[in-house]
Design a protein around this ligand. Structure first.
Ligand code: HEC
Length: 98
């Protein structure tokens, strides 16, 4: 009985974690981006580029290029590697609307 309880708890835990992956919270990811890519990024003196004028496609491509080391950079490759391709596409779509 105890054993069955343990197995169903494990199944429930794995079901819950796959649900968490299925639902990507693009807004939560975007808050991380906005720590650096703020309004002041529009300032010509800032070394952090503005994301304002980029389309969803341009953002997505830049993020994938960072992730797969196709675009040399200091910080973004390390950051992009922390997200799945689907998460990068979702945040690109979200950011393109701001
Ligand atoms: C800790 C600061 C920091 C955070 C957080 C950050 N970025 Fe960046 N981002 C940079 C810097 C610095 C660059 C310039 C490239 C480099 O050296 O990495 C950059 C460049 C970019 C570029 C290229 C823009 C262009 O015109 O070439 C994109 C797109 C981008 N970031 C998107 C994002 C997204 C999306 C997030 C959130 C998932 C994010 N960044 C989070 C600092 C940051």
């Amino acid at each position: 009985m105890k054993r069955i309880g343990y197995v169903s708890a494990a199944l429930l835990a794995s079901a819950l974690s796959s649900m968490a992956y299925a639902e990507i919270d693009a807004r939560a990811i975007a808050f991380n981006c906005w720590n650096c890519h703020t309004e002041s990024s529009l300032d010509a003196k800032s070394s952090i580029p503005s994301l304002k004028s980029l389309s969803a496609q341009q953002l997505r491509q830049a993020l994938l290029d960072f992730k797969y080391d196709k675009k040399p950079a200091t910080l973004m490759p390390r950051l992009a590697k922390g997200y799945s391709d689907a998460e990068l596409a979702a945040v690109a779509e979200y950011l393109s609307r701001y």
